[in-house]
Design a protein around this ligand. Structure first.
Ligand code: ATP
Ligand code: MG
Ligand code: FE
Length: 338
């Protein structure tokens, strides 16, 4: 089964060709990060316009690199939410047009289901039940999956998402955009215990997250240093901030694993690329008798390979979307709106 995946939910225009859920023939990712960089974040209007310019060439390149023609495609999988409405619409319209013209099934994929499925590209053998910590630019979710396609939200962020906190802190430190990878790199040279920063564990036993207090603490620290004209050790600050974020993420993930008696923990989303998160979760999970799985670095951030993979499992279930499929900007995980 050959699936063409299309992803345009945020600022990456991506198309991928995936065979049988595991053989990735191509995965073209055209990032707009250089365009949005100067604004310090994604500008929705600019993003939709760029997707419109890119979507056709990116799909063509994916087919070409995969050495397949349109006749070889068995289904089209596309992200229809959550994300920026104008951005989503570009991918959805392209996918619908192609599914109609080729007379193949259209598969609507939730972007977060895609992030989770990035794990199955390299680990199709994983057995349920599974637990996934989804940490991205817009989400910090703890998801319990008793069976494939069954998503139960155990906890989520009450304010900023983890990736958002990395981006905002990096911006305040003058590091650039996106901030996650820059903080990750800088943190390797810093002392994580140099600064005392708050960890928000919330109420006893809560599986929710909150990162806005931590973000404010870093901003206050930077402002104070500036007023007093004190030098800031950026590596120490990056390491301390990352440690504070990662400790809470890992602590709650292990609590969720214990509660659900799950032995395999997956990481997903852009922040799953974080070195500090990967290593602390590995160590703590090992001690708790759990295994940790995460996608290769380039499949953690937005890409169409993960959408094609989620689409493949929906194809097997016969879960197809009608050609009236629309973009759903606030789509939740486990909810189907078609
Ligand atoms: P969502 O998936 O919630 O809709 P998104 O698609 O914008 O949001 P992703 O592409 O999954 O988010 O991830 C991007 C985020 O991941 C950014 O906030 C970025 O800073 C962060 N990120 C990427 N690499 C790293 C890293 N090594 N360490 C920490 N954060 C990282
Ligand atoms: Mg992006
Ligand atoms: Fe994403």
């Amino acid at each position: 089964i050959t699936i063409l995946g299309i992803e345009t939910s945020c600022d990456e225009t991506s198309a991928a060709v995936l065979e049988d859920g595991i053989t990735l023939r191509s995965n073209i990712v055209s990032s707009q990060v250089d365009i949005h960089k100067k604004f310090g974040g994604v500008v929705p209007e600019v993003a939709s316009r760029k997707h419109l310019e890119n979507v056709h060439p990116v799909i063509m390149e994916a087919l070409e690199q995969a050495k397949v023609t349109l006749k070889d495609i068995n289904a089209i999988a596309v992200t229809y939410g959550p994300g920026l409405v104008g951005a989503l619409l570009v991918g959805v319209a392209a996918a619908k047009a192609m599914a109609y013209a080729l007379d193949v099934p259209l598969i609507g994929v939730n972007h977060l289901e895609g992030h989770i499925a990035a794990n199955f590209l390299t680990r199709p053998d994983l057995e349920f039940p599974l637990l996934c910590l989804v940490v991205s630019g817009g989400h910090s979710d703890l998801v319990f999956m008793p069976h494939r396609g069954d998503y139960q939200l155990l906890g989520r962020t009450r304010d900023d998402a983890a990736g958002e906190a990395f981006d905002k802190v990096a911006r305040a430190m003058g590091l650039g955009y996106p901030g996650g990878p820059l903080i990750d790199k800088l943190a390797r040279e810093g002392d994580a215990s140099a600064l005392k920063l708050p960890r928000a564990f919330l109420e006893e036993g809560s599986l929710d997250f909150s990162f806005s207090g931590l973000k404010s603490a870093v901003l206050n620290y930077l402002n104070r240093a500036e007023m007093r004209q004190e030098e800031v050790n950026k590596a120490d600050l990056a390491a301390s901030f990352q440690q504070a974020t990662v400790e809470v993420l890992v602590e709650k993930t292990l609590l969720a694993a214990e509660r659900t008696a799950v032995k395999t923990i997956m990481l997903a989303g852009g922040v799953a690329a974080n070195g500090g998160l990967r290593s602390l979760l590995q160590t703590r999970a090992l001690a708790a008798g759990c295994t940790v799985v995460y996608p290769p670095l380039h499949l953690c951030t937005d890409n169409a390979a993960m959408i094609a993979c989620a689409g493949y499992y929906k194809y097997l279930r016969g879960d197809f979307a009608p050609l009236t499929l629309n973009a759903v900007p606030a789509l939740s995980l486990g909810e189907e709106k078609y």
